[in-house]
Design a binder for this molecule. Structure first.
Ligand code: ZN
Length: 348
C-alpha cells in the first residue's frame, strides 16, 4: 500500500490564510502523514504552543502528525535559497565541523556531547508532544556529498581518534595518509579506522538521542555511505526499528532529465534499500528549489521509486509549500501509482 508524506512548518501553517485549501489539496493527494518541522541545528522552528496547536489541528483533520528535525545543520541554505532571513548558524556552544583543510563547514556541527545533549532534549520534548516517529533530515552525516572520505578534523575529534587507535597524527599528517594518491596497505588500514570512527559518531548520535516510545529515522543523502559516516547495517544492528529515508537527490529537471541521472538515482535507492533491508523505507521525493522539478517529472520520479520497491513516498520542498499543480498531479496519478505498486508487489 502506498503512503504519502509531506513536511510543514507549524507557525507558517497556523497563520496561513490558504490553510483550508492546502489541507484539501493534501487530502486529495492521499497524504496521510504530515511531519512538522521540529528542531533545526540547535533552534526550535516553532514555539511549543504552536507545535501543540498544529498537531491537534492536523489530527482533527485526519492526518497523522509526526516531527522532522535537522540535527546537525546543512551545507548552504537548503531551506530556501531566496530567503536570506533564515538563521542557519549553529548555537555558540556547539562546534563547527572542521574539514580536511582545517576550515569550518558552514553550517554543519561536529557531532559532540553538547549537540547530542540538546538534540536529546528536543526528542524528550517531542515525546511530551505525543509523536511516535521523528525523522532526522540531512545532514545527519559527517561530510558533504561526494565520493571521498569525509569527517570532522577538529582538535577534539583528532585527539579522540588518536587515543582510540593509538596514533599521534595532527590534521596535516592524517589527511596526507587518508588522501594519499597511491595508498599503501597501512594507509588503507588507516582509512578503515577513520571511517569506522566517523560511523560510530553517527551511531552514537542515534543511540543517545533515542527515546522510549519514539521511532527514530535517518534521512540519508544520495550515495551516502561509510565515507560520510553512514553505515546502515551498523545502525540497523543498534536500532532495529530505525526508519530510513533513502538518498535520491535529483530535485530539479536539470538534474533529473538525463537517463544517466535516472540510473544514478535508482542505483542510490537500490544500494540503500539493500543495506537497510527489513527496515521501513521512505523515498526522497523532493522538489527543490521551488518549481524546479516539473509536476510531470515528480510523478515520473515517484514511478521510479515505486518500481524500485519504495512504498512510503516522502514529498518535500524546503520551506516552500508545493503549489496546486503538484497536488493535482499526485491526485490524478494516484490510481496509476497504486496499480504500479500492486503489480510490483505481485511480481516480488
Ligand atoms: Zn569534531
Amino acid at each position: 500500500m502506498l503512503r504519502f508524506n509531506y513536511s510543514i512548518r507549524a507557525h507558517e501553517f497556523l497563520n496561513d490564510p490558504e490553510r483550508a485549501q492546502k489541507l484539501r489539496w493534501m487530502k486529495e493527494a492521499h497524504v496521510s502523514t504530515l511531519w512538522i518541522d521540529g528542531y533545526f541545528f540547535g533552534h526550535y522552528d516553532s514555539t511549543w504552543e504552536e507545535m501543540v496547536q498544529v498537531k491537534q489541528l492536523l489530527e482533527t483533520e485526519g492526518f497523522e502528525a509526526q516531527v522532522v528535525s535537522v540535527p546537525v545543520g546543512h551545507p548552504g541554505n537548503s531551506l530556501d535559497p531566496n530567503d536570506e532571513s533564515l538563521d542557519l548558524k549553529i548555537p555558540d556552544h556547539w562546534s563547527y565541523r572542521i574539514d580536511r583543510y582545517g576550515k569550518p563547514v558552514h553550517y554543519c556541527a561536529c557531532i559532540n556531547d553538547a549537540m547530542i545533549r540538546d538534540n536529546r532534549e528536543a526528542m524528550l520534548r517531542w515525546k511530551e508532544l505525543g509523536v511516535t516517529r521523528v525523522f532526522f533530515d540531512d545532514d545527519l552525516r559527517m561530510g558533504n556529498w561526494g565520493h571521498e572520505i569525509t569527517g570532522c578534523f577538529c582538535d577534539s575529534c583528532l585527539a579522540a581518534f588518536n587515543e582510540k587507535y593509538r596514533h599521534h597524527f595532527d590534521r596535516v599528517q592524517l589527511t596526507a595518509r587518508l588522501f594519499a594518491a597511491s595508498p599503501s596497505e597501512e594507509d588503507h588500514r588507516l582509512q578503515e579506522e577513520w571511517q569506522e570512527d566517523i560511523c560510530q559518531k553517527v551511531k552514537r548520535f542515534l543511540v543517545e538521542t533515542k527515546v522510549d516510545g519514539i521511532q527514530s529515522g535517518i534521512m540519508v543523502m544520495h550515495d551516502g555511505c561509510r565515507y560520510h559516516g553512514i553505515d546502515l547495517p551498523l545502525l540497523r544492528q543498534e536500532i532495529p526499528d530505525l526508519l530510513v529515508r533513502v538518498g535520491e537527490s535529483h530535485f530539479c529537471d536539470k538534474d533529473f532529465d538525463a537517463s544517466s541521472e535516472k540510473l544514478s538515482l535508482l542505483q542510490s535507492i537500490t544500494a540503500h534499500s539493500k543495506l537497510a533491508k527489513g527496515l521501513e523505507l521512505y523515498s526522497e521525493s523532493t522538489v527543490f528549489p521551488a518549481n524546479s522539478l516539473t509536476p510531470e517529472n515528480l510523478i515520473h520520479k515517484i514511478e521510479l521509486e515505486i518500481a524500485a520497491g519504495l512504498r512510503n513516498i516522502f514529498l518535500m520542498s524546503g520551506t516552500w509549500f508545493l503549489s496546486e499543480p503538484y497536488w493535482k498531479a499526485v491526485k490524478e496519478s494516484y490510481p496509476l501509482l497504486s496499480y504500479l505498486a500492486e503489480i510490483c508487489d505481485k511480481q516480488a
